[in-house]
Design a binder for this molecule. Structure first.
Ligand code: ZN
Length: 161
């Protein structure tokens, strides 16, 4: 199979590198950066398996959303145990294994638009509209290869009222 000429960026040459791309539009840097890690000087370094899971999340869930709506902003992807603790993440959060990402939304309209698309077009594990009360500020979305994806949706109805 011959790859088409790629004039957009260098994604085909640096795929797999620690500083490279996870998928067409998502870099490892974007999926691992954490303001909390920087402030508290915590390590936030994924293993090769974590990176493989992040790549799946990007390919299966984030890229389809990106293709439909243009640029999306990941506010939190992979988290080490220390970073997850510092941000108050759940003890068994899928962020710990590279299976989850949080995506910025500006409010109800964007939260609903993104959620509806993800539910209709992706094989996601869990979708949570956050926070539980008030104006939606981010979506938590996950994807797994460990088992069947659950397509579990949390807070959607409450947030859309
Ligand atoms: Zn999250």
């Amino acid at each position: 199979m011959s790859a088409p000429a790629n004039t957009e960026n260098t994604r085909n040459t640096d795929k797999g590198n620690a500083t490279g791309q996870l998928s067409e539009h998502f870099s490892l840097e974007e999926m691992t950066r954490s303001g909390m890690a920087i402030r508290l000087r915590l390590e936030n370094k994924p293993t090769a398996s974590d990176i493989a899971r992040m790549r799946e999340l990007c390919e299966q869930v984030l890229e389809p959303l990106r293709r439909r709506y243009g640029r999306i902003c990941v506010t939190s992807g992979y988290r080490s145990v220390a970073v997850n603790k510092a941000v108050g993440g759940a003890a068994r959060s899928q962020h710990l294994t590279g299976e989850a990402a949080d995506i910025y939304v500006s409010g109800r309209v964007m939260a609903q638009k993104y959620s509806d698309f993800l539910m209709a077009h992706t094989d996601f594990d869990q979708l949570i509209v956050e926070p539980r009360h008030g104006r939606p500020r981010w979506l938590h979305i996950s994807f797994t290869r460990r088992r069947k994806n659950r397509h579990e949706v949390i807070n959607y109805r409450a947030c859309m009222q």
